[in-house]
Design a protein. Structure first.
Length: 294
C-alpha cells in the first residue's frame, strides 16, 4: 500500500495543507493516524476523487454495449440466452474483457484470474482492489468451476499435472495471453519451477476451451487447460487441477437495469442448477451473490 504524508497528499490533491486538515476533521477524506501522524492511502484517495466527479445536468456517462465480455463459458452463454436478458457475449479472455469493461465498451466482464505466486489469493477480488476506476463496480459470483488438463479419451499419456505435461513433452494447446486458463497454466508452471519454454506448444493458439478440445480431437494436440464441462461436451478425458471462482464485474448502476436484473433473477432458479449438473464441473450454490462491493 502506497501511503502519503500530509504534505505529499496535499501536493497530490493540489490542496493547501490547512484545507486537508479541515477535510480530515470533517471525516470527509480517507486517512489513518499512525504514531501521531496522518497518513493517506493513495489508492483510497484515487477512489475518493473518482467518486466525487460532478457532471453537468443532462450529461450522463456513455452507455456500454449490452454485451458480457471476458472469459468464455458454456453455462454462462446458456444462462444469458435462457434468461431472456438480451445480453450478447464477446469471449476474448479475462484480462481483455476486463480492459474493455474498464474502457466502458461492455456492460459486464466474466473473469477468472489467477495470481502467479499465491494460489490461495482471490485474484478476482484483488483485481477489484487494484483498479481504482472500479470504485462503483461490484463482483457477482456466477459459479465455481473445475479446471484441469483436457486429454484424449482414456488419458493415454497418463497426464495428471503440468509437470507431467513438461516431462513427457505432451503437445499442449494454449490460450491467448491474458486468458484465465493461460494465467492458470503460467501460475502452475511458476509454482512448479518449470519454464514455459519447456512445453511442447502447438500453434495457433486456441481462443476458447472448446477450441482446445477440438485441437485434441483432431490429433493436433495431446492436451490443454480447460474446464471439466468442456471435456465432457467433447467426450474427452479430464485430469482435475483446481476449483476456481468465475465471476462477473459490472457497474452498480447497470445491475439495477432490466437486462442484468432479468439475468440475476435467473441465477436463482432451479434451471441453472440442473444445467450446471448436466454439464459437470460446476458449483452454482453462490450464483448471484455479491462477492465484492466498494
Amino acid at each position: 500500500m502506497d501511503l502519503l504524508t500530509t504534505e505529499e497528499a496535499a501536493g497530490y490533491l493540489r490542496l493547501k495543507e490547512r484545507k486537508l486538515y479541515e477535510l480530515v476533521a470533517q471525516g470527509a477524506i480517507p486517512c489513518t493516524k499512525v504514531t501521531g501522524r496522518w497518513l493517506f492511502p493513495k489508492e483510497e484517495l484515487d477512489r475518493w476523487l473518482m467518486g466525487s466527479f460532478v457532471r453537468p445536468p443532462g450529461v450522463a456517462p456513455a452507455e456500454p454495449m449490452p454485451i458480457v465480455g471476458g472469459s468464455h463459458d458454456p453455462l454462462l452463454e446458456w444462462a444469458l440466452r435462457e434468461s431472456g436478458s438480451g445480453l450478447a457475449t464477446l469471449p476474448e479472455g479475462s484480462e481483455a474483457g476486463l480492459a474493455r469493461f474498464l474502457q466502458g465498451g461492455i456492460v459486464a466482464a466474466a473473469i477468472h484470474l489467477h495470481a502467479l505466486e499465491d494460489g490461495a489469493r482471490d485474484a478476482n477480488v484483488a483485481a477489484m482492489h487494484d483498479h481504482t476506476s472500479l470504485y462503483d463496480a461490484v463482483l457477482i459470483a456466477f459459479a465455481r468451476r473445475e479446471q484441469g488438463i483436457v486429454v484424449a479419451a482414456g488419458n493415454p499419456l497418463a497426464l495428471a499435472s503440468v509437470a507431467d505435461v513438461a516431462a513427457k513433452r505432451a503437445r499442449i494447446a494454449v490460450r491467448p495471453h491474458g486468458a484465465g486458463a493461460q494465467l492458470l497454466l503460467l501460475a502452475l508452471l511458476h509454482r512448479a519451477g518449470i519454464a514455459f519454454e519447456r512445453l511442447a506448444v502447438v500453434h495457433p493458439t486456441c481462443p476458447t476451451g472448446p477450441d482446445v478440445a477440438q485441437a485434441i480431437r483432431a490429433g493436433r494436440a495431446d492436451c490443454g487447460i480447460a474446464t471439466r464441462s468442456v471435456a465432457n461436451a467433447a467426450g474427452l478425458g479430464f485430469a482435475p487441477l483446481i476449483w476456481e471462482s468465475f465471476d462477473l464485474v459490472l457497474r452498480q448502476r447497470d445491475y439495477f437495469r432490466p437486462p442484468l436484473q432479468k439475468f440475476a433473477e435467473f441465477l436463482r432458479t432451479a434451471g441453472l442448477a440442473a444445467r450446471a449438473a448436466e454439464l459437470g464441473g460446476y458449483d452454482v450454490a453462490q450464483a448471484g451473490k455479491i462477492r465484492f462491493a466498494p
